[in-house]
Design a binder for this molecule. Structure first.
Ligand code: CA
Length: 165
């Protein structure tokens, strides 16, 4: 008599459909997958906390009211940074004025970019600059074309491998 064993193992999961991990505290490896930032701090928030800006989800955001509000991301180590991608909350209906600054120690920052988002997309928009060694990247938001809110769905960095100096 034949017996049939129920197999719980299904066919191998399809690759290429992995979503970004959505967890409160990312390990360095996970964070690199999600956008290169291992933690985030900010000048304040309205309940939409800074970690929401580095969780890999465009459905969550960091928000704070007031021109000059800032969000700082930590890459966890010094890297050669050359671009920052930001997805602005409601970025398709308003343009945000902002500067990008970088730092080695999280205290002394140097500006590398100043400009205004396009106002055309709520998805990622890339801002590039000459490669610079840094561990921290800060975006300071000076309001938008509708109000004084700073609101970022996601911030990610593009960096070369760890500097060897
Ligand atoms: Ca998010």
């Amino acid at each position: 008599m034949k017996s049939h064993i129920l197999r719980s193992t299904r066919s191998s999961p399809r690759r290429g459909l992995l979503a970004f991990p959505v967890v409160a505290a990312l390990s360095a490896t996970q964070a690199l997958a999600a956008g290169g930032l291992v933690s985030a701090t900010a000048s304040g928030n309205d309940g939409n906390v800074p970690a929401n800006a580095i969780d890999g989800s465009l459905a969550t955001r960091w928000s704070n009211l007031g021109s000059g509000s800032w969000l700082t991301g930590d890459m966890g180590q010094v890297k050669s940074l050359k671009a920052v991608d930001i997805a602005w909350y409601r970025g398709d209906t308003r343009a945000s004025r902002f500067t990008l600054l970088v730092s080695m120690d999280g205290t002394t920052f140097t500006q590398v970019f100043s400009g205004t988002s396009s106002g055309l997309t709520a998805s990622y928009e890339r801002y590039t600059f000459s490669a610079v060694n840094a561990r921290y990247v800060k975006v300071t938001v000076n309001g938008n074309t509708q109000n004084a809110w700073a609101s970022i769905s996601e911030m990610t960095v593009t960096a070369d491998t760890t500097s060897t100096w």
